[in-house]
Design a binder for this molecule. Sequence first.
Ligand code: SF4
Ligand code: SF4
Length: 362
Amino acid sequence: MSQVLFFSYANDINPLSGLQRLISKSPLSDMIPKDEPVAIKLHMGELGNIRYLRPALVRKVVDIVKSRKGKPFLFDTVVSYPGERQTKKKYLRTAAGNGFVKSSMNAPVVIADDEDEQQTIAIMNRIDGCQLKEVKAPALLLQSSCLIVLSHVKGHELTGIGGAVKNLGMGCVSTATKRAQHHVNMPLFNEESDCDSCGRCAELCPTDAIELVDGKPERAVAECIACGTCYIKCPSHCWVWPPRAKEKLQVCLGHTASAVVSAHRGKIAFVNFIQDVVPLCDCAAASGKPIVQDVGITFSLDPVAIDKASIDLIDQAPIIPGSTSAKPPDLLGKIHHTNSLIHLETAQKLKLGSIKYELISV
Ligand code: SF4
Ligand code: SF4
C-alpha cells in the first residue's frame, strides 16, 4: 500500500502555505540533488483556458527546489494536434501568455519537440490488448536527476480523470507516441449516416487525410492524427468514435506512463492539485465550470495511488449545485461515460504503483 499525503483546503484556505507544509512533510526535500537538474513537469494550459495549474503554485515548487540547491526547469512537450501548442515557438508564446516565463518562474521554461533527442523505450510487457511496441520520450526529461510531476486534476473525455498517470503517459512522450496512442480512437465514418457531401471534414482536416470520393469522405489512415476535428465539426454527425476507444486508449496510457518511469534515471515525485475540477482537460480552451468544491493538494511517490486518492477525494467533495447530474463513484469517469480506473489498473498490473493507498492528512 502506498502513502498519499493530503493537505485539505477544508482546514486551511491558503494553498501556498499548504503546499509548503505538504512538501515539508514529504520525502521530496531529501530527493532534490544539489546542483543537478530537476525537471518540473506540468501542463501550462491551452490558449484561452483559465483552469490550468496556477503559476503561483508552480513558483512555490521552484522556490522549494532552489532552497535545496537543485536546478529546476519547467518542462512540457508539444502536442500532436493543430493549435497554439503544436510547436515550441507557439507553446512558449502560449505559456508566456498563461504566466509561465523565466522572469515570473525564476526558472527556465523548456518545451521539447520531436527534433530534440528522444530515447526509445521498448515495451516488453504488453497486456490487456496494448498494441504499442515502443515509447519515445525526450532524453532531457529522462536524464534529469529528479522529476517532479505537477498535475492539475480534472476530467478528460477519454480517460475520465486526468491526473499524474496521464501527465506521464501522454505529457512526457514524443508526438509520435502521442499519435500512436490516439490511433486507437480515430473517428470512423458512419456509412449509414446522412452525409450531404458538404466537404467540411476534408476542408478542416489538419493533415489533409480526408478526400471526398464520389461525394463520400475517404481517409488515409496513415495521415490521420486522431485529432477528432472531423467528428466535432461534421454538421450531420456522420463520424463516430470506434468501439471501446476510451478503454483502449487508457490501456495504452498505462503502458506509456510505465515506460517513462522505468526509463527515468533519477527519482520521481508527484503532486496533484485537486482544485478547479472541471469536466475537460487543460488542452481545451473552454474546459467547463468546476463540478466540486476545491479539495486540496496531494503528494505521493506513487502515481497510481495519488490518482486513485484524487478520484476518491473528488467523490467525497461537495458537488457544486447545477454543475453535473453524474453521481459518484468515479464522478469524472461517469461524466465521460468511461471508467477512470482502467488506466490505473493497467498501470498497477505493470507495477507502476498501487491502487491501494493510505491517506495521511498533514
Ligand atoms: S481525426 Fe479526422 S480531422 Fe483529425 S486528422 Fe484524422 S481524419 Fe483528419
Ligand atoms: S462534414 Fe460530414 S456531412 Fe460534410 S462531407 Fe464530411 S462527413 Fe459528410
